[in-house]
Design a protein. Sequence first.
Length: 575
Amino acid sequence: MPITYVDEAVGSDETGEGTQELPYKSLAFAVYSGDGVDSVKYLIRKDATADYDEATQSALKKAKKGADGIQKKKKKAEELASREDNEKKAERERKEKLLEESKKIVLEEDPALPKATKTKIGSAAPHRGERVRVCGWVHRLRSQKDIIFIVLRDGTGFLQSVLSGRVAQTYDALTLTLESSVELVGVLKEVPEGKTAPGGHELVVDYWKVLGPAPGADDAFTNRLNEKSDPSILADLRHLVLRGETASSVLRLRAHLLTAFRETYISHNLLEVTPPCVVQTQVEGGATLFKFDYYGQPAFLTQSSQLYLETCLPSLGDVFCIQESFRAENSHTRRHLSEYTHMEAELAFITFDDLMTHIEAIICETVDKIVSQPGPAALLKHLNPDFKPPARPFRRMSYVDAIAWLNEHCIKHEKEDAEGNVVKDEAGNPIMVEHAVGDDIAEAAERQMTDIIGTPIFLYGFPAELKAFYMKKMPADKQEGNHVFTESCDLLMPGVGEIVGGSMRIADSEELLAAYKREGIDPEPYYWFTDQRKYGTCEHGGYGLGVERFLAWLANRYTVRECSLYPRWPGKATP
């Protein structure tokens, strides 16, 4: 007689086979799966460590009832599945029939209706009660019985649109997909009280057509891009990511920010200029230069427009530029880009204190413009609901005081050898040491300090060996120990770190020539820069602000890559 095993402790009714190696879990399922209680011997145990015993008659009687129940459930499930299959088949046939019938419906614009006024969504409000024509992309799509709801996007705003009756029964209506471009015509009506819609109105469509269909099925927009997409996919599909509300809001805020900066500069009597991106001189160090062949001559992509801005001071007065800069650093941090928008300014006849006061004013007045204008303020509220404009004056902390602060708060940095390599212990972990005057404060420590303090900080007076050749030294009475400090400053913002770097520039010609020599720089290519000290020098200073970093701080973005149209970082130059 065949034997079937049941182990109530570790058996399985899903994967079991009734063998000693793969027993069932319940006697009822064993009876259901077997040939009945009389032709099979059932051995059962409740503990995996116990021996099997033959099932009692009472247990088999109870199990037979359980098996009958399993049989009834299975039959019911099969009937339900069959009914669902039939319903799906009927629904599929109904849709196929509907699609075939929809091909016979041809929409034509009714010439008897008032002529539609073509408008952008963002300018539609004055046309409420009128018939309008709008074009855009299907941002959202929802069907409800015989009504189709479309949220249309055209770059100026979003418009809720309603298709019903014949206009919702065409083949194009039944096969419409997200991101298709369409033209909609209808009456723009204010939404009833208690209802909401973008702009406070909706379009009741009487005529429409597809201008550019988007694919469905496997190549549908939501299959290529969704909230679960890997960051690498998001980077490769940046051109599609831009269609999202968050990405587009960041770029809109960026546009408003640049406008606000320009307005602020104009109010401070700075003139905008456009320096070249192709250069033959370095500014911040040769290790970060992108070099290329320029008609047989060596040339570089600019690291900074500062040197060119300085040449404008005698003729144009204080100047600024908003220009791309390039840094060939193999850095993959969340605040570094290989190409970034660099906002720079140079001012003549100022002091170091004037420079920091000016930077503070430009930033605060620009932020005030953003928060005081309805459009930009709404974008900022959407992206960073808890944003509060920074309080003035900004805290000013010397480099020496910052070193002391870091040590007082036990914030250490990785020890490096003479070649700049990180020194590790026997276990392979970096050796952490206290900061000392002369150290370049690491990005992580700098950001940690800023986040703890929680307010903007001007960190100033860096050692000359840490800064560029053109920076002016502090007066002798402000020097300390063996280090020579410069009239330089970084503006640090909570959550981001450094967003501005600036300094007073060397005004004396001989001092500048000595700086070239100290850094091993050939002065010949810089003749035009040196001439600024030869023909009427003056005390002057300037700074550079990273627009993407500033926007990351303003909009509370995790990485500057979100703040650039098509961000570039090491290894990434597409799309």
